[in-house]
Design a protein. Structure first.
Length: 139
């Protein structure tokens, strides 16, 4: 079974883009939060993900190479947001039946998607390089 990571965006963003809102960067370079970096640098490899997408409050589902502008938005992810993300996954991947998704994101990102996807959710330890799946410490 294929395994793909779904990584939450971060409120900490590239300072150059923050200072120049017209500047576009690949999504993978826009987000600079510690949980985002930890997921991309360590988590994807540890869980043997073949690739990943970014879950953005504003943009929904992003490929790491998608060019985006700075934004300052956060908060509630609705069922409509999740429906858009799910539709984007289907568009980008075709069927999702043979894919296991690893969520590197909080509950607000996965709560409306979890029942529609074969997935695992992770809890980050904020100060240590650890992940938790169903109460088991990993990494």
């Amino acid at each position: 079974m294929r395994r793909i990571g779904l990584v939450a965006c971060s409120s900490k963003k590239n300072i150059e883009a923050e200072n120049d809102h017209s500047k576009k960067l690949p999504a993978s370079e826009m987000y600079e939060g510690s949980d985002f970096i930890k997921a991309v640098d360590k988590g994807l490899e540890y869980f043997e993900c073949e690739g990943y997408f970014i879950l953005s409050d504003k943009y929904g589902l992003l490929s790491p190479s998608d060019a985006i502008q700075y934004y300052d938005k956060g908060g509630y992810k609705s069922k409509a947001w999740a429906d858009d993300v799910y539709a984007a996954l289907i568009q980008k991947l075709g069927s999702v039946d043979d894919i296991e998704f690893i969520f590197f994101a909080g509950k607000s990102y996965w709560r409306f998607l979890k029942k529609r996807l074969n997935c695992k959710t992770l809890k980050f330890s904020p100060r240590r390089l650890t992940f938790e799946i169903s109460g088991e410490n990993k990494l």
